[in-house]
Design a protein around this ligand. Structure first.
Ligand SMILES: [Fe+2]
Ligand SMILES: [Fe+2]
Length: 330
């Protein structure tokens, strides 16, 4: 039996996971489509300094590619599930992400009033993308869901929210609001699929272990440059106290600690890394890497500590059984 068949068979017995009704979700995906033409693009943006204009245009140019990457992941998922409702939902998400890509590119042009320079996508991101898409296609789809969940939490909870606070432009705010309505559907399905793949569990050693694939090493090679320059460095401008990034990583840890996702291979990889980083050796290595990155690249990864056991559950968490409320996703 393939994982698809197992998944479909099991889903018949658990039609609603994480509170998602697939029939209603499919209806909502069709009903809530929108178009860039719904907005009036003829006006001028709020006045910006040269530095702000260059930053915002760069962020949106990169975002237009990230949205395409998210679209590719959803398309991959739509081709690897057999439930007609899931296929329709993920195909609609692919359409959503292409629309978001167009919106980001249009917003970059909208803010590019002075044409200070040509805005080109981040090189590490371009190198990262083909390895990442290949890796995702060859891995258990639980990993695609995990990367989408993390990426969407950072993009939607942190980056877009921070961008809207940084540049208070009415058109940008309205477009991002529409994007975030789509993203709330995506996020609900990311959580649903994390449980879905936990019920399937590990099936195939080659697909369940990312370290075996050559493309995964390409992901590791280009990932730090991509995430550092496209997500983390901009967030230092948009969220200087790291409040939003700490909230993202904290929520992810709390969700991954739920018993209902414990058998998900991607969750197990994440928790394995957290466990290692909480050993004396791991803490020493992790601390050295954090200091090295801050010193060499000026990127502060201090927010990742918000996912530590102590930060999430308190100092004596390892001595006390975790309560249901402690594991609840906020
Ligand atoms: Fe998106
Ligand atoms: Fe999305």
């Amino acid at each position: 039996m393939t994982w698809d068949e197992v998944g479909v068979a099991r889903c018949l017995h658990w039609p609603i996971l994480m509170g998602v009704d697939l029939d209603k979700m499919r209806e909502s995906c069709q009903r809530d489509q929108w178009s860039l033409d719904d907005f009036d693009w003829s006006g001028a943006p709020v006045p910006l300094s040269r530095e702000q204009e260059e930053q915002v245009c760069s962020y949106y140019v990169n975002m237009s590619y990230i949205e395409r990457l998210a679209g590719a992941l959803f398309l991959s998922l739509s081709e690897r599930v057999e439930d007609d409702r899931l296929v329709a939902i993920f195909e609609s998400f692919h359409t959503d992400e292409l629309r978001h890509s167009h919106a980001a590119a249009k917003l970059a042009d909208y803010f590019d009033r002075h044409h200070y320079r040509i805005y080109t996508p981040n090189i590490s991101m371009l190198r990262f993308m083909p390895h990442f898409v290949n890796a995702i296609d060859s891995l258990n789809p639980a990993f695609a869901t995990s990367f989408i969940l993390g990426g969407e939490l950072i993009l939607d909870m942190a980056l877009l929210r921070g961008l809207n606070q940084y540049i208070d432009d009415p058109l940008s705010r309205a477009v991002v609001e529409k994007i975030n309505q789509d993203e709330s559907r995506h996020l609900a399905m990311d959580l649903y699929m994390t449980e879905y793949f936990a019920r399937i569990g590990r099936r195939d050693a080659a697909q369940d272990n990312p370290w075996f694939g050559s493309d995964f090493w390409g992901v590791l090679a280009w990932g730090p440059g991509f995430f550092g320059e496209v997500f983390f460095r901009p967030m230092q401008v948009l969220d200087p106290t790291q409040e939003q990034m700490r909230a993202v990583i904290n929520r992810l840890r709390r969700f991954y600690d739920r018993a209902s996702v414990a058998a998900n291979p991607a969750v197990q990889e994440f928790k394995g890394i957290v466990r290692f980083l909480e050993t004396p050796l791991g803490a020493h290595l992790g601390g050295a890497v954090e200091v090295g990155i801050r010193t060499m690249f000026g990127i502060d990864l201090g927010f990742t500590r918000a996912a530590s056991t102590e930060a999430v559950y308190g100092r004596r968490a390892d001595l006390a059984p975790l309560t249901a409320s402690a594991l609840a996703v906020v």
